[in-house]
Write a protein that binds this ligand. Structure first.
Ligand code: FAD
Length: 447
């Protein structure tokens, strides 16, 4: 099945821009393009996305810990498309035909297995692929079966339910807490794992404080952060890593660095040195790769972690009509050995650059190279603190920041994303509404 006839007639006059993946990069781009071209009938903008609602991924650790209610931050793709002049097509990209310029989507089904949409194709003149990244388990046995990844809101919410259930179970049982029970091992001490450890420390204590008085958090709940590299936050400057480690250890969070994981079992984590750590819950947050579908996308070039290799113009190396951005793209940085890092700020910058590229493309002008600007990195340790570094472009080096200022800067990254989707007024109203509802409800998700 392919798009209907009226769509084809419309396409005869309008340039068809198809964006696959409505995450940090893709949804901002679809919204801007819809406002600028779709609404005014200057191009036809289509977003293909395999989820029904959008949640900004850096919030997932807070959903997993229970400190954030996902429903307050979720955005319905169908509604966003209606408000901003683009078309939303629900489905997962499973293939591509570059000759006929069509993206192939899998059929979709509801929870009872009834079909929703058939397998179909979406034609394009310009294709932008922005399907993000998934967890990389590096082939470690047992990860798929026994560890929870944090890739989607559904996985994050499921993990949160498992944490709350574990507390209720331990409270209700006759016998004392078993070895490994109420222990949470987080594999990977990058920003995600580290932020999750700090949030979980607070929220598990809050859940217990709601009357689960047979659990003693200091004695029974154990949070362990396991990292293969020599220090936590290996991608960030060493002083941030040192400051964060001190703070986490003061809270009683245990940290093991330089310890690769060999296997995950139903009972816990086996380290490469043979040691076994019993753990009721294991989260896998160690490394990312791009989705496997990119490996065989009609001959487009990929690197060893499946990212589409692009030029600095964000065009894929083997097809100038296909662009890639965000985590799924390997975009070169002049003078650097590694590509642009998989971060929300890179996704945001590339979406803004891509908007201009499409404007130039439609005007028949030459495209310009994208240059990554690193504004620094921030790590939120929940209510305990926020630490990070900001790039001081004037003084030419990064500055360590901590506390309230760092927290405000951290929040501003999410506000930037929301502003791109809703504009300044709605973003301000949303922040206010959520702040008010937090004052009246529990500070932690209890179900
Ligand atoms: C828990 C967590 C915490 C993070 N914290 C931070 C942080 O604090 N700071 C920071 O800078 N970065 C952080 N990141 C990284 C940041 O979220 C990503 O760099 C950013 O979201 C990348 O944007 P993207 O648009 O490339 O991909 P995504 O935001 O992942 O969006 C990809 C979209 O594509 C869709 N999709 C996937 N496959 C298909 C398909 N085949 N067909 C159709 N649609 C598809 C997905 O459903 C998704 O909506 C964090 C990531 C995680 C997981």
């Amino acid at each position: 099945m392919t798009d209907r006839l009226p769509d084809r007639l419309e396409a005869a006059v309008l340039h068809r821009i198809v964006i696959v993946g409505g995450g940090a990069a893709g949804l901002e781009l679809a919204t801007w393009l819809g406002d600028r071209f779709g609404r005014r009938g200057r191009a036809r903008v289509t977003l293909v996305e395999c989820a029904r609602v959008h949640l900004w991924k850096p919030l997932l650790h807070a959903v997993a810990a229970g400190s954030l209610d996902a429903s307050e931050h979720e955005l319905d793709y169908l509604a966003q498309a209606h408000w901003h002049g683009f078309r939303y097509r629900f489905g997962e990209m499973i293939g591509l035909d570059r000759e006929s310029k069509e993206v192939r989507l899998a059929a979709t089904f509801d929870d009872e297995g009834r079909p929703i949409t058939p397998e179909r194709t979406i034609p394009y003149d310009t294709l932008v692929i922005a399907i993000g990244s998934i967890t990389n388990d590096f082939g470690t046995p047992g990860v798929t079966q026994h560890a929870v990844p944090l890739e989607t809101p559904v996985q994050a919410a499921r993990f949160n339910r498992r944490v709350v259930n574990a507390c209720i179970r331990a409270h209700a049982q006759e016998e004392p807490v078993r070895p490994g029970q109420l222990h949470i091992a987080i594999v990977g001490a990058g920003a995600t794992g580290t932020e999750l450890a700090a949030e979980l420390h607070r929220t598990t204590r809050e859940v217990v404080a709601y009357g689960l008085d047979r659990i003693d958090p200091e004695r029974d709940i154990r949070i362990l952060l396991i990292e293969a590299a020599g220090r936590i936050l290996p991608g960030l400057p060493e002083r941030i890593s040192t400051a964060t480690r001190r703070l986490l250890e003061d809270l009683g969070i245990q940290i093991r660095t330089g310890t690769p994981v060999a296997e995950i079992t139903a009972e816990g984590v086996r380290l490469a040195n043979g040691e076994f750590i019993a753990s009721e819950l294991v989260v896998w947050a160690a490394g990312v790769k791009a989705p496997d579908v990119l490996k065989n996308l009609d001959g487009l070039e990929v690197n060893r972690i499946n990212q589409l290799v692009v030029h600095q113009t964000l065009q894929t190396t083997r097809d100038p009509d296909i662009f890639a951005l965000g985590d799924c793209a390997a975009c070169p940085r002049p003078g650097e050995s590694t590509p642009v890092p998989p971060r929300a700020q890179a996704a945001h910058q590339q979406a803004a650059h891509m908007l201009k590229q499409i404007e130039r493309r439609l005007r028949g002008e030459p495209l310009r190279p994208y240059v990554y600007r690193d504004f620094g990195s921030l790590v939120s340790l929940g209510q305990y603190s926020t630490v990070g570094n900001l790039m001081g472009f004037v003084i030419g080096r990064s500055i360590l920041i901590e506390g309230l200022f760092a927290r405000l800067m951290y929040r501003s990254l999410e506000a930037l994303h929301e502003r791109a989707l809703h504009g300044t007024v709605r973003t301000g109203l949303g922040l206010l509404t959520r702040a008010l509802s937090r004052r009246t409800g529990p500070q932690v998700k209890l179900h």
